[in-house]
Design a protein around this ligand. Structure first.
Ligand SMILES: Nc1nc2c(ncn2[C@@H]2O[C@H](COP(=O)(O)OP(=O)(O)OP(=O)(O)O)[C@@H](O)[C@H]2O)c(=O)[nH]1
Ligand SMILES: [Mg+2]
Length: 307
């Protein structure tokens, strides 16, 4: 068969967003003679529909309008190039890979949060697999004690990569599991501890209080922990991802984002909306269910694959 290259996988993963966004821009400008009001209006609609967000859309369209007025930019075919360059500039600001070696002490604690079904547990599994093959010692904390099968699901990943897992019976205090896991991680010389959490609705006070408690307790046990509070967002939810980020960030102070399921949506433009609305690094993007489909976020590569 021959392995499909990394870049090709990313390109394929982003093909729906390409079709819903970049191809639309292509169609809009093809055959047009000048950048006029009608063209800009249509462009505005394409960008909003692609989930770039209102602020970004207006900024880009107004800038194009002015440039066209000053005759700096007259050829409609240059519009795509302009959009591409602007998107790259925006996304560059979100490029800041997670560096677990920066700490100089062990363990590096990653608290993984997000609403139901966004891909928390699978992202932990994939990430842990990457770190493991890089020679790191991994431990999982099954702090989703709410859902019946949650610990079992995490355990499958633990077995797959040969990592240990700390769990308690269903319904027990999630922060007690996290506490035990940090102690175990310190005792066993673990490099990276992943804390998996429940994903009940973020509007429920409870969950946020529970997560804050985990954060507080872990912080008392280990200086600076959790060293990363990784919010998982499902790209298929579009604008919902923005409100989820706001709520989790207000409660916990999110330090990084992983945006999953970009392969299943035309709404991948939400990555631009998120970057413009929050100054939180995008650590990873997910473009499929395989291990290789979780990619460290690189703006240049992402934009090349998208365009
Ligand atoms: N297509 C695709 N599917 C993904 C991606 N990431 C995760 N998934 C799938 O999304 C589904 C939900 O993933 P989970 O990891 O169980 O999500 P979760 O956030 O832990 O869910 P809860 O524990 O119920 O809150 C699984 O079927 C994953 O395989 C991705 O990048 N692309
Ligand atoms: Mg889960």
């Amino acid at each position: 068969m021959g392995g499909e290259g990394f870049f090709e996988r990313l390109r394929r993963g982003l093909s729906n967003t390409h079709a819903g966004f970049v191809s639309q821009v292509d169609q809009l400008v093809s055959g047009k003679k000048e950048i006029d009001e009608a063209l800009l209006e249509e462009l505005e609609e394409i960008l909003i529909t692609a989930d770039l967000g209102m602020d970004t859309t207006l900024r880009l369209v107004n800038d194009l309008h002015q440039r066209a007025g000053r005759n700096e930019l007259r050829d409609p075919r240059k519009v795509k190039e302009y959009i591409r360059d602007s998107v790259l500039t925006i996304l560059k600001a979100a490029e800041n890979p997670l560096d677990i070696d920066s700490l100089g002490s062990k363990p590096f604690v990653i608290l993984v949060v997000g609403v139901n079904g966004v891909g928390k547990t699978t992202t932990i599994g994939k990430l842990a697999g990457k770190y493991q093959s890089g020679g790191k010692r991994i431990l999982f904390a099954a702090s989703d004690t709410f859902r019946a099968a949650a610990a079992e699901q995490l355990e499958v990943w633990a077995n797959r990569i040969g990592a240990d897992m700390v769990k308690q019976s269903r319904g027990s205090d999630p922060s007690a599991v996290a506490f035990d896991a940090v102690e175990a991680a310190k005792a066993r010389g673990i490099d990276v501890l992943f804390i998996d959490t429940a994903g009940r609705l973020h509007t429920k006070e409870n969950l946020m209080e529970e997560l804050k408690k985990i954060k507080r307790i872990v912080g008392r046990q280990c200086a600076g922990a959790p060293h990363e509070i990784l919010l998982i967002l499902d790209a298929t939810t579009g604008q919902n991802a923005i409100s989820q980020t706001r709520l989790f960030n207000e409660a916990l102070g999110i330090t990084g984002i992983a945006l999953t399921k970009l392969d299943g949506t035309a709404k991948g433009g939400i990555i631009i909306g998120i970057t413009e609305s929050f100054h939180i690094p995008i650590r990873y993007v997910g473009v499929g269910e395989k291990m290789d489909d979780l990619r460290e976020f690189n703006a240049e590569e992402f934009v090349s694959a998208l365009f």
